[in-house]
Design a protein around this ligand. Structure first.
Ligand code: KG4
Ligand code: ZN
Length: 360
């Protein structure tokens, strides 16, 4: 490592992953430590905020120490080489966010380093640039995660304007709820993806929500309800009093696989059609993008990866989609994006707070 290199220590604890990473020059990942909590939340079928924040407290210090040592840095002597401490401080579960934010502020204070608060959603869009060349801008950005489905036009890693977002469920949330309805394991997205590989995506024609002729927003709640009716039959009665003719246990293995494949097809089709629409809008505005940048947990989805690759090739766009380890929540994307903040002189005071709402 030479003195001209910029090393940033990034921390992340917005949901149920405790993560720390050292990244050089916004690009080279020297360490990427992630402690997942899946086993703590499985019995509940979703993340329990109080359990998550307690687990972050137990894990944050060992995770930071591991990230520093895996980066080849000695805690006692090499701390001076670190240029800044970055932390995902928004959006997320407040009790979870606070753990990494408190740790980052303490380290920035004792080591006398600049502190940089990072928006987790914007950081997901940096994940595909880790370990590779910087993308060319302007870019069309898409975040598909458990809590977000957003499209952006990007003039740089830091300059984003919103094009559209979900008006109800995020796509990852829809995958998780669909998996729950079908009796698949937690976390639902990856299990549904695996199961879809054995099914026929044309067996059920689920609605692909477009929200009219021009909208760049997304909606996944209609798809979710359509799946519910396929799984359990049409309800008798309304609301909490509704009763259904059958449950997921009554379905054959083949039927479950077919429903997974058909649901996944409709959800990903909606994404691809909206990307296409966004591209036309940007072309009409004479702002055609050079690159399609995708990030967030659902960017691990096998069908989305295949469809996005075809889409980008056909439309002559470079594609930046994260390698699988960087699709899930991680701190490398936090430290990587922070490099651009630091270069732009955007640092934060020690009064930085965690906020459940994000920038978008
Ligand atoms: O970005 P992320 O790790 O956390 C948030 O910031 O929300 O995204 C988690 C989401 C979950 O909803 C998970 O089910 C989904 O990403 N996910 C997938 C796949 N892998 C993760 N959804 C569909 N297919 C996958 N292979
Ligand atoms: Zn995330």
């Amino acid at each position: 490592m030479t003195p001209s290199e910029t090393l940033i220590l990034g921390l992340e604890s917005s949901c149920d992953e405790t993560a720390a990473s050292v990244v050089r020059d916004g690009r080279d990942v020297l360490s990427n430590v992630i402690a997942t909590q899946t086993e703590l939340h499985t019995d509940f079928g979703g993340v329990v905020p109080e359990i998550a924040s307690r687990a972050h407290i137990e894990r944050i210090l060992p995770v930071i120490e591991m990230a520093i040592s895996e980066a080849g840095l000695a805690l006692a002597t090499d701390v001076r080489r670190i240029s800044a401490i970055a932390v995902g401080n928004r959006p997320g579960l407040i009790g979870s966010l606070l753990v990494a934010v408190a740790a980052a502020k303490a380290l920035a204070w004792v080591w006398d380093k600049p502190l940089i608060g990072i928006d987790h959603i914007v950081a997901h869009l940096h994940a595909g640039s880790l370990g590779v060349e910087q993308p060319r801008f302007p870019a069309l950005g898409l975040v598909v995660s458990g809590g977000h489905t957003n499209m952006f036009t990007m003039r740089s890693p830091l300059e984003l304007s919103s094009l559209g977002r979900t008006i109800d469920d995020a796509i990852g949330e829809a995958f998780d709820k669909a998996a729950l309805m079908l009796g698949l394991g937690f976390p639902g997205g990856p299990s549904l993806d695996r199961r879809a590989a054995q099914g026929d995506s044309q067996s059920v024609r689920f609605p692909v929500s477009m929200l009219g002729q021009c909208s760049l927003d997304f909606s996944f709640s209609g798809l979710k309800t359509a799946l519910l009716y396929e799984v359990r039959g049409l309800p008798e009665g309304r609301g909490r009093d509704a009763t259904f003719a059958r449950s997921a246990e009554d379905l054959s293995e083949k039927r479950v696989s077919d429903l997974c494949a058909s649901f996944q097809h409709a959800a990903i089709e909606a994404i691809i059609r909206k990307l296409d629409r966004a591209l036309s809008v940007l072309q009409d505005r004479s702002e055609p993008p050079h690159t399609l940048i995708i990030g967030g947990g659902v960017s691990a989805n096998s069908l989305l990866r295949a469809r996005a690759a075809d889409f980008a090739r056909e439309r002559h766009l470079d594609l930046r989609i994260p390698r699988l380890p960087y699709c899930v929540d991680n701190a490398a994307m936090i430290a990587g994006l922070a490099f651009h903040h630091l270069r732009a002189g955007r640092t934060d005071p020690l009064s930085l707070t965690a906020t459940p709402a994000g920038t978008f």
